[in-house]
Design a protein around this ligand. Structure first.
Ligand code: IDP
Ligand code: MG
Length: 134
């Protein structure tokens, strides 16, 4: 069954939006397989965002994602990757469609409230980084 890694980022946990964002993904009707409150180490953040290592914003992104608690979760079901990406909206909240999580709650292109895997391969890699191989 298709899986995705959805994660509530530090800007959203800091503003008391954990319940709100869990409710938003729950309403999509997918199976919630794992959920934790975590604090990323620098090593975990760099591994998680490895594909962005050469981007100019990488250092800032690692600072931000390690700056407070995150709430990663694994959701499973047919079409879950695309459904969660649609629910989140575009990376830049200013460009995200109305009604999406990022449009409603994102503060900036960096501090954009949530993460969702972009493909089955990314999901598998991210779930292993965040929750371990077991
Ligand atoms: P995505 O989260 O919509 O998949 P990606 O391009 O994979 O977007 O970027 C990963 C994360 O890096 C974004 O969610 C955001 O937090 C941050 N980011 C992306 N582009 C920029 C940028 O141009 N400036 C600062 N941060 C960025
Ligand atoms: Mg991405």
């Amino acid at each position: 069954m298709e899986k995705t890694l959805f994660m509530i980022k530090p800007d959203a946990t800091a503003r008391g939006l954990i319940g709100e964002l869990i409710a938003a993904v729950e309403r999509e009707g997918f199976v919630l397989e794992r959920l934790e409150l975590q604090r990323f180490t620098r090593e975990k953040a760099e591994a998680f965002y490895d594909v962005h290592r050469d981007k100019p914003f990488f250092g800032s992104l690692v600072e931000y994602i390690t700056s407070g608690p995150v709430v990663p979760m694994v959701l499973a079901g047919e079409g879950v990757i695309a459904a969660v990406r649609e629910l989140m909206g575009a990376t830049d909240p200013a460009e995200a469609a109305s009604g999406t999580i990022r449009r409603k709650y994102g503060e900036s292109i960096e501090r954009n409230a949530c993460h969702g895997s972009d493909s089955p391969a990314s999901a598998a890699r991210e779930i292993a980084v965040v929750f371990g191989e077991s």
